[in-house]
Write a new protein. Structure first.
Lengths: 137, 137, 137
Protein backbone atom coordinates (compact mmCIF):
# COMPACT_ATOMS: atom_id res chain seq x y z
CA UNK A 1 0.00 0.00 0.00
CA UNK A 2 2.77 2.37 0.94
CA UNK A 3 4.54 1.33 -2.20
CA UNK A 4 1.52 2.25 -4.29
CA UNK A 5 1.26 5.66 -2.67
CA UNK A 6 4.89 6.32 -3.38
CA UNK A 7 4.34 5.28 -6.99
CA UNK A 8 1.36 7.64 -7.27
CA UNK A 9 3.37 10.53 -5.85
CA UNK A 10 6.24 9.91 -8.23
CA UNK A 11 3.83 9.75 -11.18
CA UNK A 12 2.17 13.01 -10.13
CA UNK A 13 5.56 14.69 -9.83
CA UNK A 14 6.60 13.46 -13.25
CA UNK A 15 3.37 14.65 -14.86
CA UNK A 16 3.56 18.08 -13.24
CA UNK A 17 7.23 18.21 -14.14
CA UNK A 18 6.46 17.66 -17.79
CA UNK A 19 3.68 20.26 -17.70
CA UNK A 20 6.02 22.69 -15.99
CA UNK A 21 8.83 22.21 -18.44
CA UNK A 22 6.69 22.47 -21.57
CA UNK A 23 7.39 25.71 -23.40
CA UNK A 24 4.40 27.38 -25.01
CA UNK A 25 4.68 29.75 -27.94
CA UNK A 26 2.38 31.47 -30.40
CA UNK A 27 3.47 32.27 -33.96
CA UNK A 28 1.80 35.27 -35.60
CA UNK A 29 1.34 35.05 -39.39
CA UNK A 30 -0.21 38.09 -41.06
CA UNK A 31 1.15 37.72 -44.62
CA UNK A 32 1.19 34.48 -46.55
CA UNK A 33 3.67 35.64 -49.21
CA UNK A 34 6.43 36.91 -46.95
CA UNK A 35 5.84 34.90 -43.80
CA UNK A 36 4.08 31.57 -44.26
CA UNK A 37 6.87 29.48 -45.76
CA UNK A 38 9.52 30.80 -43.40
CA UNK A 39 7.07 30.49 -40.52
CA UNK A 40 6.30 26.83 -41.20
CA UNK A 41 10.02 26.06 -41.47
CA UNK A 42 10.63 27.82 -38.17
CA UNK A 43 7.88 25.84 -36.47
CA UNK A 44 9.33 22.60 -37.79
CA UNK A 45 12.83 23.55 -36.65
CA UNK A 46 11.36 24.56 -33.31
CA UNK A 47 9.86 21.09 -32.79
CA UNK A 48 13.01 19.36 -34.04
CA UNK A 49 14.98 21.09 -31.27
CA UNK A 50 12.25 21.09 -28.62
CA UNK A 51 9.78 18.28 -29.40
CA UNK A 52 7.59 18.96 -26.36
CA UNK A 53 6.93 22.61 -27.20
CA UNK A 54 3.25 23.53 -27.43
CA UNK A 55 2.85 25.64 -30.56
CA UNK A 56 -0.15 27.62 -31.79
CA UNK A 57 -0.05 29.43 -35.14
CA UNK A 58 -2.51 32.35 -35.35
CA UNK A 59 -3.27 33.49 -38.90
CA UNK A 60 -4.71 36.96 -39.57
CA UNK A 61 -5.48 39.05 -42.68
CA UNK A 62 -3.55 37.90 -45.73
CA UNK A 63 -1.87 35.43 -43.42
CA UNK A 64 -4.84 33.05 -43.56
CA UNK A 65 -4.39 32.12 -47.24
CA UNK A 66 -1.84 29.36 -46.70
CA UNK A 67 -4.49 27.45 -44.75
CA UNK A 68 -6.91 27.38 -47.67
CA UNK A 69 -7.58 24.13 -49.54
CA UNK A 70 -5.11 23.91 -52.45
CA UNK A 71 -2.93 26.86 -51.39
CA UNK A 72 0.54 26.91 -52.94
CA UNK A 73 3.72 28.70 -51.93
CA UNK A 74 5.72 30.95 -54.26
CA UNK A 75 7.65 27.92 -55.53
CA UNK A 76 4.39 26.24 -56.56
CA UNK A 77 4.50 23.60 -53.83
CA UNK A 78 1.37 22.78 -51.85
CA UNK A 79 1.21 24.18 -48.33
CA UNK A 80 -0.86 21.11 -47.43
CA UNK A 81 2.18 18.85 -46.98
CA UNK A 82 4.13 20.83 -44.39
CA UNK A 83 0.93 21.96 -42.65
CA UNK A 84 -0.36 18.43 -42.20
CA UNK A 85 3.06 17.23 -41.03
CA UNK A 86 2.95 19.89 -38.29
CA UNK A 87 -0.66 19.08 -37.39
CA UNK A 88 0.54 15.52 -36.86
CA UNK A 89 3.10 16.82 -34.39
CA UNK A 90 0.47 18.66 -32.35
CA UNK A 91 0.67 22.17 -33.80
CA UNK A 92 -2.63 24.07 -33.88
CA UNK A 93 -3.52 26.44 -36.70
CA UNK A 94 -6.13 29.06 -35.84
CA UNK A 95 -7.81 31.35 -38.38
CA UNK A 96 -9.09 34.80 -37.38
CA UNK A 97 -12.87 34.95 -37.90
CA UNK A 98 -12.90 38.75 -38.27
CA UNK A 99 -10.67 38.22 -41.31
CA UNK A 100 -13.19 35.74 -42.75
CA UNK A 101 -15.96 38.31 -42.34
CA UNK A 102 -13.97 41.26 -43.74
CA UNK A 103 -12.70 39.28 -46.72
CA UNK A 104 -16.02 37.41 -47.18
CA UNK A 105 -14.39 33.99 -46.94
CA UNK A 106 -16.24 30.84 -45.94
CA UNK A 107 -14.90 28.08 -43.70
CA UNK A 108 -15.40 25.63 -46.56
CA UNK A 109 -12.42 27.25 -48.28
CA UNK A 110 -10.07 26.08 -45.54
CA UNK A 111 -8.46 22.76 -44.74
CA UNK A 112 -10.49 20.56 -42.42
CA UNK A 113 -8.03 20.71 -39.56
CA UNK A 114 -7.95 24.50 -39.34
CA UNK A 115 -9.38 25.90 -36.13
CA UNK A 116 -11.05 29.27 -35.67
CA UNK A 117 -10.76 32.10 -33.18
CA UNK A 118 -13.14 35.09 -32.98
CA UNK A 119 -10.28 37.62 -33.25
CA UNK A 120 -6.67 36.84 -34.07
CA UNK A 121 -5.22 39.81 -32.19
CA UNK A 122 -7.29 39.12 -29.08
CA UNK A 123 -6.11 35.51 -29.23
CA UNK A 124 -2.44 36.60 -29.57
CA UNK A 125 -2.93 38.78 -26.50
CA UNK A 126 -4.70 36.20 -24.37
CA UNK A 127 -2.19 33.46 -25.15
CA UNK A 128 0.71 35.72 -24.16
CA UNK A 129 -1.06 36.65 -20.93
CA UNK A 130 -1.46 32.90 -20.29
CA UNK A 131 2.29 32.41 -20.51
CA UNK A 132 2.94 31.87 -24.20
CA UNK A 133 6.01 33.43 -25.81
CA UNK A 134 5.40 35.35 -29.05
CA UNK A 135 7.25 35.00 -32.33
CA UNK A 136 6.52 36.92 -35.49
CA UNK A 137 8.37 35.03 -38.25
CA UNK B 1 -24.05 50.23 8.67
CA UNK B 2 -23.15 46.58 8.13
CA UNK B 3 -25.08 46.75 4.90
CA UNK B 4 -22.97 49.67 3.75
CA UNK B 5 -19.74 47.87 4.55
CA UNK B 6 -20.88 44.85 2.62
CA UNK B 7 -21.75 47.12 -0.30
CA UNK B 8 -18.27 48.70 -0.17
CA UNK B 9 -16.60 45.31 -0.12
CA UNK B 10 -18.63 44.09 -3.07
CA UNK B 11 -17.79 47.28 -4.99
CA UNK B 12 -14.09 46.89 -4.25
CA UNK B 13 -14.17 43.29 -5.40
CA UNK B 14 -15.93 44.25 -8.60
CA UNK B 15 -13.44 47.03 -9.33
CA UNK B 16 -10.45 44.81 -8.67
CA UNK B 17 -12.13 42.07 -10.70
CA UNK B 18 -12.41 44.40 -13.69
CA UNK B 19 -8.81 45.51 -13.30
CA UNK B 20 -7.75 41.89 -13.04
CA UNK B 21 -9.60 40.79 -16.13
CA UNK B 22 -8.51 43.70 -18.30
CA UNK B 23 -6.09 42.54 -20.98
CA UNK B 24 -3.23 44.91 -21.74
CA UNK B 25 -1.40 44.96 -25.05
CA UNK B 26 1.14 47.14 -26.82
CA UNK B 27 1.19 47.45 -30.61
CA UNK B 28 4.56 48.24 -32.20
CA UNK B 29 4.46 50.34 -35.38
CA UNK B 30 7.81 51.02 -37.03
CA UNK B 31 6.72 51.63 -40.65
CA UNK B 32 3.80 53.80 -41.65
CA UNK B 33 3.51 52.48 -45.22
CA UNK B 34 3.39 48.78 -44.50
CA UNK B 35 2.02 48.71 -40.96
CA UNK B 36 -0.08 51.73 -39.94
CA UNK B 37 -3.30 51.04 -41.82
CA UNK B 38 -3.33 47.33 -40.99
CA UNK B 39 -2.33 48.18 -37.42
CA UNK B 40 -5.19 50.63 -36.88
CA UNK B 41 -7.65 48.10 -38.30
CA UNK B 42 -6.30 45.43 -35.97
CA UNK B 43 -6.65 47.74 -32.97
CA UNK B 44 -10.25 48.52 -33.94
CA UNK B 45 -11.05 44.81 -34.39
CA UNK B 46 -9.33 44.11 -31.08
CA UNK B 47 -11.64 46.54 -29.25
CA UNK B 48 -14.71 45.30 -31.12
CA UNK B 49 -14.04 41.82 -29.75
CA UNK B 50 -12.64 42.85 -26.37
CA UNK B 51 -13.94 46.35 -25.52
CA UNK B 52 -12.19 46.51 -22.14
CA UNK B 53 -8.69 45.85 -23.51
CA UNK B 54 -6.15 48.51 -22.59
CA UNK B 55 -4.20 49.29 -25.77
CA UNK B 56 -1.07 51.38 -26.24
CA UNK B 57 0.36 51.98 -29.72
CA UNK B 58 4.09 52.80 -29.70
CA UNK B 59 5.34 54.47 -32.90
CA UNK B 60 9.04 54.43 -33.78
CA UNK B 61 11.14 55.51 -36.79
CA UNK B 62 9.10 55.79 -39.99
CA UNK B 63 6.21 54.48 -37.96
CA UNK B 64 5.55 57.92 -36.41
CA UNK B 65 4.39 59.53 -39.68
CA UNK B 66 0.76 58.43 -39.47
CA UNK B 67 0.43 60.52 -36.31
CA UNK B 68 1.42 63.74 -38.05
CA UNK B 69 -1.16 66.43 -38.71
CA UNK B 70 -2.64 65.84 -42.18
CA UNK B 71 -1.07 62.38 -42.71
CA UNK B 72 -2.75 60.27 -45.38
CA UNK B 73 -2.67 56.53 -46.04
CA UNK B 74 -1.73 54.99 -49.40
CA UNK B 75 -5.36 55.27 -50.52
CA UNK B 76 -5.30 59.02 -49.90
CA UNK B 77 -7.57 58.88 -46.85
CA UNK B 78 -6.72 60.87 -43.74
CA UNK B 79 -5.30 58.89 -40.84
CA UNK B 80 -6.98 61.44 -38.56
CA UNK B 81 -10.39 59.76 -38.73
CA UNK B 82 -9.51 56.25 -37.57
CA UNK B 83 -6.92 57.57 -35.10
CA UNK B 84 -9.38 59.90 -33.39
CA UNK B 85 -12.02 57.17 -33.29
CA UNK B 86 -9.56 54.95 -31.42
CA UNK B 87 -8.51 57.79 -29.11
CA UNK B 88 -12.18 58.12 -28.23
CA UNK B 89 -12.19 54.44 -27.23
CA UNK B 90 -9.24 54.89 -24.88
CA UNK B 91 -6.31 53.88 -27.07
CA UNK B 92 -3.06 55.75 -26.39
CA UNK B 93 -0.64 56.67 -29.17
CA UNK B 94 2.93 57.28 -28.07
CA UNK B 95 5.66 58.77 -30.26
CA UNK B 96 9.34 57.89 -29.72
CA UNK B 97 11.27 61.07 -28.84
CA UNK B 98 14.60 59.66 -30.06
CA UNK B 99 12.96 59.42 -33.48
CA UNK B 100 11.96 63.09 -33.28
CA UNK B 101 15.55 64.05 -32.51
CA UNK B 102 17.13 61.81 -35.18
CA UNK B 103 14.68 62.95 -37.87
CA UNK B 104 14.62 66.56 -36.64
CA UNK B 105 10.84 66.60 -36.20
CA UNK B 106 9.00 68.96 -33.87
CA UNK B 107 6.03 68.08 -31.71
CA UNK B 108 4.01 70.76 -33.52
CA UNK B 109 3.95 68.46 -36.54
CA UNK B 110 1.89 65.89 -34.65
CA UNK B 111 -1.78 65.65 -33.75
CA UNK B 112 -2.64 67.20 -30.40
CA UNK B 113 -3.61 63.92 -28.75
CA UNK B 114 -0.30 62.17 -29.48
CA UNK B 115 1.72 61.35 -26.38
CA UNK B 116 5.49 61.04 -26.16
CA UNK B 117 7.90 58.55 -24.68
CA UNK B 118 11.69 59.09 -24.35
CA UNK B 119 12.53 55.87 -26.22
CA UNK B 120 10.07 53.68 -28.10
CA UNK B 121 12.03 50.45 -27.63
CA UNK B 122 12.53 51.05 -23.91
CA UNK B 123 8.80 51.69 -23.63
CA UNK B 124 7.99 48.47 -25.52
CA UNK B 125 10.22 46.60 -23.10
CA UNK B 126 8.88 48.17 -19.92
CA UNK B 127 5.25 47.67 -20.90
CA UNK B 128 5.87 43.96 -21.59
CA UNK B 129 7.64 43.59 -18.27
CA UNK B 130 4.58 45.21 -16.66
CA UNK B 131 2.34 42.53 -18.10
CA UNK B 132 1.43 43.84 -21.54
CA UNK B 133 1.26 41.44 -24.46
CA UNK B 134 3.13 42.51 -27.62
CA UNK B 135 1.82 42.59 -31.17
CA UNK B 136 3.75 43.69 -34.22
CA UNK B 137 1.13 44.22 -36.92
CA UNK C 1 30.33 42.57 14.12
CA UNK C 2 26.72 43.64 14.05
CA UNK C 3 27.79 46.54 11.92
CA UNK C 4 29.40 44.20 9.43
CA UNK C 5 26.28 42.08 9.22
CA UNK C 6 24.16 45.13 8.60
CA UNK C 7 26.57 46.18 5.87
CA UNK C 8 26.35 42.74 4.26
CA UNK C 9 22.56 42.83 4.34
CA UNK C 10 22.47 46.29 2.79
CA UNK C 11 24.88 45.16 0.05
CA UNK C 12 22.80 42.09 -0.67
CA UNK C 13 19.67 44.21 -0.93
CA UNK C 14 21.39 46.64 -3.29
CA UNK C 15 22.67 43.84 -5.50
CA UNK C 16 19.29 42.14 -5.66
CA UNK C 17 17.70 45.53 -6.26
CA UNK C 18 19.92 46.10 -9.28
CA UNK C 19 19.18 42.64 -10.60
CA UNK C 20 15.50 43.22 -10.05
CA UNK C 21 15.46 46.56 -11.79
CA UNK C 22 17.45 45.42 -14.82
CA UNK C 23 15.23 45.15 -17.86
CA UNK C 24 15.90 42.20 -20.14
CA UNK C 25 14.95 42.14 -23.79
CA UNK C 26 15.58 39.98 -26.83
CA UNK C 27 15.71 41.44 -30.35
CA UNK C 28 14.72 39.11 -33.18
CA UNK C 29 16.48 39.68 -36.52
CA UNK C 30 15.41 37.44 -39.38
CA UNK C 31 16.34 39.62 -42.39
CA UNK C 32 19.62 41.46 -42.73
CA UNK C 33 18.47 43.79 -45.54
CA UNK C 34 15.32 45.14 -43.97
CA UNK C 35 16.05 44.73 -40.28
CA UNK C 36 19.73 44.69 -39.31
CA UNK C 37 20.60 48.36 -39.66
CA UNK C 38 17.40 49.59 -38.02
CA UNK C 39 17.79 46.90 -35.38
CA UNK C 40 21.33 47.91 -34.43
CA UNK C 41 20.25 51.55 -34.19
CA UNK C 42 17.35 50.58 -31.98
CA UNK C 43 19.63 48.60 -29.69
CA UNK C 44 22.02 51.56 -29.43
CA UNK C 45 19.16 53.94 -28.68
CA UNK C 46 17.83 51.44 -26.16
CA UNK C 47 21.13 51.46 -24.25
CA UNK C 48 21.46 55.24 -24.51
CA UNK C 49 18.13 55.58 -22.70
CA UNK C 50 18.47 52.56 -20.40
CA UNK C 51 22.19 51.76 -19.98
CA UNK C 52 21.59 48.84 -17.61
CA UNK C 53 19.30 46.94 -19.97
CA UNK C 54 20.41 43.39 -20.71
CA UNK C 55 20.07 42.87 -24.44
CA UNK C 56 20.37 39.71 -26.52
CA UNK C 57 20.09 39.82 -30.31
CA UNK C 58 19.03 36.49 -31.84
CA UNK C 59 19.77 36.18 -35.56
CA UNK C 60 17.93 33.62 -37.71
CA UNK C 61 17.76 32.79 -41.43
CA UNK C 62 18.87 35.68 -43.64
CA UNK C 63 19.20 37.68 -40.43
CA UNK C 64 22.56 36.08 -39.62
CA UNK C 65 24.41 37.74 -42.53
CA UNK C 66 25.21 41.00 -40.75
CA UNK C 67 27.31 39.03 -38.28
CA UNK C 68 29.60 37.62 -40.98
CA UNK C 69 33.16 38.85 -41.28
CA UNK C 70 33.23 41.79 -43.71
CA UNK C 71 29.43 42.20 -43.96
CA UNK C 72 28.29 45.59 -45.24
CA UNK C 73 24.95 47.38 -44.99
CA UNK C 74 23.04 48.73 -47.99
CA UNK C 75 24.97 51.99 -47.77
CA UNK C 76 28.26 50.09 -48.10
CA UNK C 77 29.33 50.65 -44.49
CA UNK C 78 30.78 47.80 -42.48
CA UNK C 79 28.47 46.23 -39.90
CA UNK C 80 31.58 45.50 -37.85
CA UNK C 81 31.76 49.01 -36.35
CA UNK C 82 28.30 49.28 -34.81
CA UNK C 83 28.31 45.59 -33.83
CA UNK C 84 31.58 45.84 -31.94
CA UNK C 85 30.46 49.07 -30.25
CA UNK C 86 27.41 47.21 -28.94
CA UNK C 87 29.46 44.17 -27.91
CA UNK C 88 31.54 46.60 -25.84
CA UNK C 89 28.37 47.70 -24.09
CA UNK C 90 27.43 44.15 -23.14
CA UNK C 91 25.05 43.20 -25.95
CA UNK C 92 25.15 39.52 -26.96
CA UNK C 93 24.71 38.41 -30.55
CA UNK C 94 23.57 34.82 -31.00
CA UNK C 95 23.48 32.98 -34.32
CA UNK C 96 20.98 30.17 -34.96
CA UNK C 97 22.86 26.93 -35.61
CA UNK C 98 19.98 25.39 -37.59
CA UNK C 99 20.44 28.27 -40.02
CA UNK C 100 24.14 27.44 -40.33
CA UNK C 101 23.28 23.85 -41.16
CA UNK C 102 20.47 24.67 -43.64
CA UNK C 103 22.54 27.32 -45.42
CA UNK C 104 25.77 25.31 -45.16
CA UNK C 105 27.64 28.12 -43.40
CA UNK C 106 30.68 27.59 -41.20
CA UNK C 107 31.43 29.39 -37.95
CA UNK C 108 34.66 30.68 -39.47
CA UNK C 109 32.57 32.99 -41.64
CA UNK C 110 31.38 34.89 -38.59
CA UNK C 111 32.97 37.52 -36.38
CA UNK C 112 34.85 36.13 -33.42
CA UNK C 113 32.49 37.54 -30.81
CA UNK C 114 29.36 35.98 -32.26
CA UNK C 115 27.79 33.36 -30.01
CA UNK C 116 25.71 30.38 -31.10
CA UNK C 117 22.42 28.87 -30.07
CA UNK C 118 21.10 25.48 -31.25
CA UNK C 119 17.80 26.96 -32.49
CA UNK C 120 16.99 30.66 -32.77
CA UNK C 121 13.24 30.24 -32.31
CA UNK C 122 13.64 27.97 -29.28
CA UNK C 123 16.00 30.57 -27.81
CA UNK C 124 13.50 33.40 -28.46
CA UNK C 125 10.89 31.35 -26.65
CA UNK C 126 13.02 30.36 -23.67
CA UNK C 127 14.28 33.91 -23.11
CA UNK C 128 10.73 35.26 -23.09
CA UNK C 129 9.65 32.57 -20.64
CA UNK C 130 12.60 33.64 -18.47
CA UNK C 131 11.27 37.18 -18.32
CA UNK C 132 12.73 38.84 -21.40
CA UNK C 133 10.61 41.26 -23.41
CA UNK C 134 10.53 40.68 -27.18
CA UNK C 135 11.12 43.22 -29.92
CA UNK C 136 11.07 42.53 -33.63
CA UNK C 137 12.70 45.58 -35.23
Amino acid sequence: MKCFRLFAVVCALLVSGVAWSQDKVVYHISETDSQALAGLRSVRNHLDTDPTAKIVVVAIGNGVDFLMEGAKDKNGSDFAGPVSALLGRGVRFEVCEITLKLRDLQREKFILDAEYTPSGVVRLTKLQLQGYAYIRP
